[in-house]
Design a protein around this ligand. Sequence first.
Ligand code: ATP
Ligand code: MG
Length: 393
Amino acid sequence: MTRGPLLPDAAEPLPTLGVLGGGQLGRMFAHAAQAAGYGVAVLDPDPAGPAGQLAQRQIAAAYDDPAGWAALASCCQAVTTEFENVPAQAMDWLAQRLPVSPPAAAVAICQDRAREKAFFERAGVPCAPHAPLCRDADLAAVPDRLLPGILKTAALGYDGKGQVAVDSPAALAAAWAALGRAPCVLEQRLSLRLELSVIVARGRDGAIVQLPVQQNLHRDGILAVTQAPAPDLPAEVAAQAVDAARRLAAAMDYVGVLCVEFFWLADGRLVANEMAPRPHNSGHYSIDACDVSQFDLQVRTLAGLPLVMPRQHSPAVMLNLLGDLWFAPGVGAPRTPPWDRVLALPGARLHLYGKAEPRRARKMGHLTLTAATASEARRVALQACALLGLPAF
Ligand code: ATP
Ligand code: MG
């Protein structure tokens, strides 16, 4: 269901935006929504999660619980999601009653790697050579050229989870068994020159804007560093990525914020890796470095407000802060990282997500370093890495 724009206001009850999911993306959405004059309602099984902690309304319910959907619909005027694994029925049920973005059909594409790759091909955007793996016959039919490859579960993977590198048919069979023979996609392992992502926002009227192209460094399958502007990417490759991301958004009749991850290959080709139907970790720098952040764009697309092209006012480097930082070598108990020393660096801005328990590989927060020039932002980011014991990049 669509209506006219939902304008922010100061009178109670505030015009309220709902979000499915209460993690860090929901938290930063809530920051942006509240700053702009909206109330926020969060549906999450854990009401005290990163977003629930600061929302006006917390609805503690499972994502497939119709009572939770009804509670959400009764207290907000539009609904978005902060993660792609919300059940399609939840999105459909809500969309019959109030504006919901992104559309359920787009979320369904992003939930499943096989569907996503088929969509890339339909839209004329190249992706990694791949084959589905759903039944025994698929295993025998895998072409040799896909090996060495990466076996990925079709659904529910994130931060490199549900992925196994395989280099022979025997290893492939073993990896599939280890993944419980869940529906998978086998991708050819590509030789990457670098990784990049593009965040676009598309409004109900079809207008599209984008953030500057980000250059991303992953470690162990998890995003570690984002640099914007992308220091090593030729302008024509960046333009190609922006064009592809805009075309993908339009082809899905998308409304909301969409991130498309790309690989720039050693042979010079650009291929799409995957999409996220929401703001993305690689766009967090936009909070501190752009006049309109990816979360502001999520608020605007959801409320039906005008989109303007974001302007990056400062070059930026973002460092992800994983739970590992809380564990000093040789010490069992968690310690607080030396934030006082980090915050003594010019242009450093710390974002912590309100997760009480640090765990290894858990995203606890991020640090953005902005500066007048890209080389200065990188220089200070390297100092932050040294203080935190992170590898240089
Ligand atoms: P996310 O947290 O981004 O959702 P994910 O678990 O869905 O991650 P992918 O984005 O598919 O995983 O892969 C994680 C990382 O693994 C990529 O960013 C890239 O570094 C590497 N990778 C994935 N697929 C390939 C490939 N076909 N060839 C080479 N490297 C790859
Ligand atoms: Mg990824």
